[in-house]
Design a protein around this ligand. Structure first.
Ligand code: MN
Length: 263
């Protein structure tokens, strides 16, 4: 089977960028305050000229109208993203949890949306950026859901429901997925043949993605690599808090301080 290669967007880093950060899979939610605090501290402290948020920043996003409720969790996090966007360039790519984050969210925060996948050219090198879910082709149930849930008909139908109904539905889906995790379900990983086909079509040497929560550097073929971002969990022992940092020296994983002591 010939791997499917989607069209990819292009982004050229402005010449003044010295440092670029990539993060994904923070799964921010009100019930995980330590991870939220670590994210807020990171946004204030990073020396990066640009931060690429490569999906699943939020555990769930049920619609941009959640921002209109000033006390909502979404509004609180977005106030911090808005502040960070004053200091550095922010880019956002959808994950499978926050795929409903729309233009109102982007405009509210001052973030630029990125199609999945996008090629970033930095210091003369081409990096292919993706959330990663599209490459997990063995997860056929999910791929079917993905096609449906990215259609405007499905989204219009979902978003037409009251916010409280959408939140309840999202909780139900989350409980199902937690139960699946507890039962020891094996999750599909990125398909290497597809990753190689994407890189070759894009003329890129390095694929940077999240989604799988399996941080590692893989050599796919001579000169082609796949760099997997870490998920975040400040309450884990040891905490999982990491950014992938790109500079003239190349890519480097940077561990972040938890910066939060539960009282
Ligand atoms: Mn994901």
């Amino acid at each position: 089977m010939t791997p499917t290669v989607p069209p990819f967007a292009e982004l050229a880093a402005p010449a003044h960028w010295r440092t670029v950060d990539f993060i994904s899979d923070l799964h921010l939610q009100a019930s995980e305050p330590a991870t939220v605090a670590a994210c807020l501290h990171y946004l204030q402290a990073t020396p990066a000229d640009a931060i690429f948020l490569l999906g699943d920043i939020f555990e769930v996003w049920v619609g941009d109208d959640a921002l209109q409720d000033p006390g909502s969790f979404e509004a609180q996090v977005c106030a911090q993203l808005q502040a960070a966007a004053q200091r550095c360039a922010l880019y956002f790519m959808h994950g499978n949890r926050d795929f409903l984050a729309g233009n109102a969210f982007l405009q509210h925060c001052g973030i630029t949306g990125l199609p999945d996948p996008t090629v970033l050219t930095f210091a003369g090198q081409r990096y292919l950026l993706s959330h990663g879910d599209l490459l997990c082709i063995d997860d056929t149930d999910y791929q079917r859901f993905r096609v449906q849930a990215r259609s405007s008909a499905w989204q219009q139908q979902f978003l037409s429901q009251p916010l409280a109904v959408r939140r309840a539905q999202a909780r139900g889906i989350r409980q199902e997925s937690e139960a699946r995790k507890q039962s020891g379900a094996i999750y599909a990983d990125v398909d290497h043949a597809s990753a190689i086909a994407w890189l070759q079509a894009a003329g890129a040497h390095t694929l940077i993605h999240g989604h799988t929560h399996r941080p590692a550097d893989h050599t796919l073929a001579p000169g082609l690599q796949r760099v997997v971002l870490s998920d975040w969990d400040a309450a884990a022992l040891p905490p999982r808090l990491e950014t992938l940092r790109l500079s003239a020296a190349g890519l480097e994983r940077v561990a972040l301080a938890p910066m939060y002591q539960p009282s």
